[in-house]
Design a binder for this molecule. Structure first.
Ligand code: IMP
Ligand code: MG
Length: 218
């Protein structure tokens, strides 16, 4: 039996779950190996991340900055949980949103260049408490690039939350302030993580099979 540790680390020998245990879209049934993080577990972990973030940043207005496109599901669910805390606690924190679009991936490979290809002017973040919301950190290059762009605009505080962090020798050593799960060096899809734009419309985080990598290659 595989063990999921309390620290959110998914081990290299994690077997996950057979596809038949859950509902996956018919159009992806042939493309996936296993479910690694079911949607419900993502939601439960996200609820707790919201609590930790509000505890640490809750004194001030937060600007949540969504890194598109992969971050949009996590961003939306995380903000819903922060909103629920705001509605139900004695203390509440005003929340505004911003978006940035970055691209670094082709097929299942991180490329060396990280491009900003859209979003609001970062200069609006000057003097603000910024929470960057990202889907997955692999080499760390995307986040390091964004953090250095952001620092030119002098925000008051910057924190990073990433749903996933990949355990990989290609890592620069960068670690976000908050993380949902640490995952093995696998290419994962679902819950807005894509392979050439496919699989964002899949609720669970899954492993793609080799056949699918060829089928959706560009
Ligand atoms: P990094 O710059 O190498 O840290 O890569 C981060 C970006 O690459 C993330 O924001 C994702 O968009 C993408 N990425 C990295 N690993 C995966 C994966 O396993 N599945 C889907 N996208 C990934
Ligand atoms: Mg991303």
């Amino acid at each position: 039996m595989s063990s999921r540790s309390l620290s959110g680390i998914i081990p290299d020998d994690e077997k996950g779950y057979e596809l038949d245990l859950f509902c996956v879209p018919k159009h992806y049934e042939e493309d996936l190996d296993r479910v690694i993080i079911p949607h419900g577990l993502i939601m439960d972990r996200t609820e707790r991340l919201a609590r930790d973030i509000v505890r640490d940043m809750g004194g001030h207005h937060i600007v949540a900055l969504c890194v598109l496109k992969g971050g949009y599901k996590f961003f939306s669910d995380l903000l819903d949980y922060i909103k629920a805390l705001n509605q139900n606690c004695d203390k509440s924190v005003p929340l505004t949103v911003d978006f940035i679009r970055l691209k670094s991936y082709c097929n299942d490979q991180s490329t060396n260049s990280v491009k900003v290809i859209g979003g609001d002017e970062l200069s609006t973040l000057t003097g603000k408490n910024v929470l960057i919301v990202e889907d997955i950190v692999e080499t760390g290059r995307t986040m390091e690039t964004l953090l250095s762009l952001l620092s030119e605009c002098n925000p008051k505080m910057v924190k990073v939350v990433s749903l996933l962090v990949k355990r990989t020798p290609r890592s620069s050593g960068y670690r976000p302030d908050y993380m949902g799960f640490e995952v093995p060096d696998w290419f994962l899809v679902g819950y807005a993580l894509d392979y050439n734009e496919y699989f964002r419309d899949l609720g669970h985080i899954c492993i793609l099979n080799e056949k699918a990598k060829v089928k959706y290659k560009v």
